[in-house]
Ligand binder design. Structure first.
Ligand code: GRF
Length: 316
């Protein structure tokens, strides 16, 4: 199984990072931790990660502006090959640039049942509000603090006499259960054929006069009454791949693509030289790029009249 590479950012104890890291040691865990980085070089969690042989990086933000510090951390994450970021008690507000770069690929854990009690002092706030139930949430990170779509939550009962500390301790136990599970589910989504077909479908049906049919069991997209411009190949003849097949100019382009990235591009069986297979199940699919491929493929088969009409519309 190819494991998705995840970088974890921490500022302190790193118990959530440890939960992610130890869960990653289970054989069927779909992700692995390739870097633990911190804005606090003294963060206790860095020692836990180092002891487990996970590369660590500590760089204080003191004296650096937010954007520059974020850039340094971003470089470390990309150099480590991570395609996802898990924030686990990272006590820094992130620059808009950084958040945009990791859009849809950065998760955070927060000790409340979001949308309730964003920010700090969540446990005391829940107790003050006489809540019977508190808890924790894992959510996607967006530019607003603790505001992105919630991916999962665990409720924790508030006991009579609970203090912020006693409640926090139980919520932490719940956090350690929640984060590994949700992260695993989230990264797997990107290799799940159903999810991948859905993404291609959205892009393909956005092309003018596009429609979907089933061809030899494959979801296939064509121009109504015309030619096909995209197929989704799922485990075709047991090849174990989920891929998009699009039109190309011929053997030369096919060879060039395969030479440039032999893991991603391949010659699809039974399709000849006029098509190329693009793997969608490698966990790092750039959907803008896939959209460009689909548009290019549509154009390659579109009747001249229709393509011209589109040009006129685009110029307008
Ligand atoms: C956790 O409570 C988490 O929800 C919050 O920061 C705390 C980090 O704790 N975002 P730890 O460093 O993982 O122990």
């Amino acid at each position: 199984m190819t494991k998705t590479k995840v970088a974890v950012l921490i500022s302190g104890a790193g118990t959530n990072m440890a939960a992610l890291l130890y869960a990653a040691k289970l054989p069927d865990c779909p992700y692995k931790i390739v870097l633990v980085a911190s804005n606090n070089p003294e963060a206790e969690g860095l020692n836990i990660a180092a002891a487990e042989g996970v590369p660590t990086y500590g760089k204080s933000h003191v004296g650096l502006n937010r954007v520059d510090h974020d850039l340094i951390i971003h470089d470390q994450i990309t150099q480590a090959g991570a395609t996802y970021v898990a924030l686990a008690g990272y006590m820094r507000i992130l620059s808009r640039d950084f958040v945009e770069k990791w859009d849809g690929r950065m998760l955070n854990i927060h000790p409340s049942l979001l949308p309730k009690y964003k920010g700090l002092n969540t446990h005391q706030s829940a107790i003050n509000a006489k809540e019977c139930v508190a808890g924790c949430s894992v959510h996607l990170v967006t530019a607003e603090l603790d505001d992105g779509p919630v991916l999962g939550q665990i409720e924790v009962t508030v006991l009579p006499g609970d203090t912020a500390e006693s409640l926090a301790a139980r919520v932490k136990m719940a956090e350690h259960q929640l984060y590994p599970k949700i992260l695993a589910e989230y990264v797997v989504r990107e290799t799940n054929p159903e999810y991948l077909i859905l993404q291609v479908r959205k892009l393909a049906l956005a092309q003018p006069e596009a429609h979907e049919v089933l061809s030899h069991g494959m979801p296939c997209f064509g121009i109504i009454g015309g030619k096909k411009f995209a197929y989704v190949s799922v485990d075709h003849h047991g090849d174990g791949k989920t891929a998009l097949l699009v039109k190309i100019s011929g053997a030369e382009e096919q060879g060039m693509l395969i030479d440039s990235d032999g893991e991603r591009y391949y010659r699809p069986a039974y399709f000849g030289d006029g098509w190329v297979g693009i793997r969608l199940d490698l966990g790092d699919t750039d959907w803008n790029h896939v959209g460009d491929w689909i548009a290019k493929s549509w154009r390659a088969v579109a009747p001249k009249k229709l393509a011209k009409l589109m040009d006129v519309a685009a110029d307008f």
